[in-house]
Design a protein around this ligand. Structure first.
Ligand code: 3PG
Length: 211
């Protein structure tokens, strides 16, 4: 596995961030780091995504990637803003090729056996199982892990403290992705203490898996 995926695996959780301004991206990353989770996937769901990636990357102590990357030009924007990894909701040859040109690792989305095979054929180092809960959840992922024994998964979508253990208990799961530690009302209100608290809780739950 690539050193970068090793780093994601070490954190066990990849927070999925939607930032409406660059400053919000930086503040969210700071709160995640303070809570013990110095990693973030900042999504291209807002016009501020690239600026937020740049502002968060400037801290230097948080591993910043780009999410919801569905077009090659977004790969360019993400990489020049400082993204160290790319996550996509689906598997696109054009997006994967552009990541290859930049030498940046990509985790493409796939939810069926056929989609996983396509992702592997395009050279994916790991696969995002998305949307996890509405695609059969941990039971489905466990069943898919049997034929794809060498594939590492990043299940995301509907994961929370209630069900994250179900996923983390699957040996092929690299880490779980999710936004539950970043409630939109807390972000809007600038309630960073609440986000730090929720992040600490998430880290404690992930660590309790090993005990
Ligand atoms: C994603 O883009 O990966 C998901 O929207 C995150 O899913 P969640 O908000 O259900 O955690």
């Amino acid at each position: 596995m690539s050193p970068l995926l090793d780093r994601l695996a070490a954190h066990r959780i990849v927070p999925v961030v939607t930032a409406t301004t660059a400053d919000e991206g930086a503040r969210i990353s700071a709160a995640l780091a303070e809570g013990g989770l110095p990693v973030a996937e900042i999504t291209f769901r807002t016009a501020a995504a690239a600026a937020a990636i740049e502002a968060a990357s400037a801290r230097g102590d948080v591993l910043i990637g780009a999410g919801t990357v569905i077009r090659p030009d977004q790969v360019d924007a993400a990489v020049s803003a400082g993204a160290r990894f790319i996550v996509s909701p689906g598997t696109s040859r054009a997006v994967m090729e552009r990541c290859g040109e930049h030498g940046v690792p990509i985790v493409p989305g796939a939810v069926t056996a056929t989609e996983i095979q396509a992702a592997l054929e395009h050279g994916a180092p790991a696969v995002k199982f998305f949307p996890a809960e509405s695609s059969g959840g941990a039971a489905s992922l466990r069943a898919l892990s049997a034929p794809f024994a060498d594939v590492r998964f990043l299940p995301t979508g509907g994961i929370s403290p209630k069900n994250m253990h179900d996923y983390l208990a699957i040996p092929s799961v690299l880490a779980v992705g999710g936004s539950w530690m970043l409630p939109p009302d807390a972000v809007r209100a600038g309630d960073w203490d609440r986000i730090v608290r929720l992040t600490r809780e998430a880290v404690a739950i992930a660590e309790s898996e090993h005990t």
